[in-house]
Ligand binder design. Structure first.
Ligand SMILES: Cc1cc2nc3c(=O)[nH]c(=O)nc-3n(C[C@H](O)[C@H](O)[C@H](O)COP(=O)(O)OP(=O)(O)OC[C@H]3O[C@@H](n4cnc5c(N)ncnc54)[C@H](O)[C@@H]3O)c2cc1C
Ligand SMILES: NC(=O)c1ccc[n+]([C@@H]2O[C@H](COP(=O)([O-])OP(=O)(O)OC[C@H]3O[C@@H](n4cnc5c(N)ncnc54)[C@H](O)[C@@H]3O)[C@@H](O)[C@H]2O)c1
Length: 420
């Protein structure tokens, strides 16, 4: 069976498609990669959302601010799916997968056979487990309609309370301030983004938001959301105080959407476990994007990455692996970005919480135009450029090479990164 042929696995003798469960960034990119690799068999892309595959980063940035129109957020134009003979089934939830029978069962009871299956089911927001959290005006941000609801709440003078100072919380806070809302951010930890960035760099984001008028409160313990008539009107904290709110946005992290995989007996541990080819523990089932906890050869361990670039790139490897190409290995260095107010940044690398022993700055973080590097034993684990551009390639190369560097040279803006 070559790459140009649909499979006949499952024993039925008829041609079976490649089925992709999860029609968002990862799923749409996988369909694209399969066609680019020359596969001309059937592709069925199934998603429970009604919107055709779209990108989520604008939902907390340009789209939320009303600057990026809806027609600009999609992964492909509407006609792309028919042009590439991809059967797109929107508004369709997959209820179960059966790796032995090579079938997926739809929530409406239909059944589809596959010869290869890709899980790109992504992740879902963690719910706030306190009384009052199910009231109107308590908002989460994952889907385009969530962004629409939050945008409607971002009115001048509105009191917006954001719970969680992670990526969602900070980007929504910035959008809220841009819209003229009064914004309070309640974070359980001592600083924003602490697990990812560590104390030294997290402070930069705390300063940024305070300078833009955000009331940032750390060590906050949310105990209850108060309300009247079923609508939220405040957030009660562990110290007994209450913060008044016209709307509450909760961004306290996500959980990978592993339900289908677990029920089918696939190995699941902080996501669907895969090898470096993005193959799961079940034959002919692959996983990519937010849901995949993939073995990474560079780091010699499994990592799960919850960022856009991973959902763009992993599906290319998964597609090639599904087509039987043995050199399809996912070993890219993780990359992500954010935009908040006038701060734009890119980050490349991977650091476990507390997994570094030194931070080196190139430039003054107070100017918000600098690079930061996280080191362990003299090696660069990750680098971040803030309002400095076109440096990602040499930073990625420093991380990938694993070579020891002179911290003085690393801190010296005059020393070319590529020559360290
Ligand atoms: C508001 C927001 C802003 C972001 N901004 C950035 C950013 O600036 N930079 C960055 O690097 N990353 C950002 N991210 C993260 C990035 O969007 C995700 O990493 C990316 O969307 C993951 O893509 P995915 O395809 O793996 O999963 P998802 O985007 O979660 O898509 C999974 C899809 O599968 C569907 N699905 C799940 N289960 C089933 C089922 N049983 N049947 C049918 N369909 C199913 C879901 O409904 C969903 O449509 C942001 C995320 C959000 C929410
Ligand atoms: N620029 C980007 O890369 C970007 C932007 C938006 C979203 N995303 C992705 O979207 C997903 C969700 O983002 P997120 O911000 O929700 O998750 P996150 O993991 O980035 O941050 C969650 C924050 O909530 C805090 N928290 C947890 N429980 C809390 C509680 N009960 N009270 C107060 N604070 C609490 C955590 O300490 C943490 O700071 C992530 O996968 C993220 O990577 C990425």
């Amino acid at each position: 069976m070559g790459t140009g042929t649909a499979g006949t696995a499952g024993g039925g003798g008829r041609e079976l498609p490649i089925v992709i469960v999860g029609a968002s960034l990862g799923g749409a990119k996988a369909a694209e990669a399969l066609r680019e690799a020359g596969y001309d068999g059937g592709i069925v892309l199934i998603g429970d959302e009604h919107e055709r595959p779209y990108e989520r980063p604008p939902l907390s940035k340009g789209y939320l601010l009303g600057k990026t129109p809806r027609e600009k957020i999609h992964v492909h134009p509407p006609q792309w799916y028919a042009e590439h003979d991809v059967t797109l089934r929107l508004g369709t939830a997959v209820a179960a997968i059966d790796p032995a029978a090579h079938t997926v069962t739809l929530a409406d009871d239909g059944r589809i056979g596959y010869h290869k299956l890709l899980l790109t089911t992504g992740s879902v927001p963690r719910r706030l487990p306190v009384p009052g959290a199910d009231q109107d005006g308590v908002l989460y941000l994952r889907r385009v309609e969530d962004s629409d609801r939050i945008r409607a709440a971002l009115r001048p003078g509105a009191r917006l309370v954001v719970i969680g100072a992670g990526w969602i919380g900070l980007e929504v806070a910035a959008a809220g301030r841009a819209a003229g809302a009064e914004v309070t951010v309640l974070e359980a930890a001592e600083l924003p983004l602490l697990r990812v960035l560590g104390r030294e760099v997290a402070q930069v984001f705390a300063d940024l938001h305070r300078d833009h008028g955000v009331d940032l409160r750390f060590g906050a313990q949310v105990t209850e959301l108060t309300g009247s008539g079923g609508t939220v009107d405040g957030v009660r904290l562990g110290d007994g105080s209450t913060v008044a709110a016209d709307a509450v946005v909760v961004g306290i992290g996500i959980s990978p959407a592993t339900g289908l995989a677990e029920a089918a007996g696939l190995e699941v541990d902080n996501g669907v476990k895969t090898d470096q080819h993005l193959r799961t523990s079940a034959p002919d089932v692959h996983a990519a994007g937010d849901v995949a906890n993939a073995f990474h050869p560079l780091f010699n361990r499994h990592i799960r990455v919850e960022h856009w670039a991973n959902a763009v790139n992993q599906p290319q490897t998964a597609a090639r692996a599904m087509l039987g190409q043995p050199d399809a290995v996912y070993d890219r260095v993780p990359y992500f970005f954010t935009d908040q107010y006038d701060l734009g940044m890119e980050y490349v690398g991977y650091v476990e919480p507390g997994g570094y022993d030194r931070v080196v700055f190139r430039g003054d973080p107070a100017t918000r135009e600098f690079l930061a590097f996280w080191l362990k034993d003299g090696r660069v684990l990750a680098g971040m450029n803030v309002n400095v551009w076109d440096v990602t390639d040499p930073v990625r190369e420093l991380v990938r090479s694993g070579r020891t560097v002179d911290p003085k040279a690393l801190a010296d803006p005059g020393a070319p990164l590529g020559e360290l």
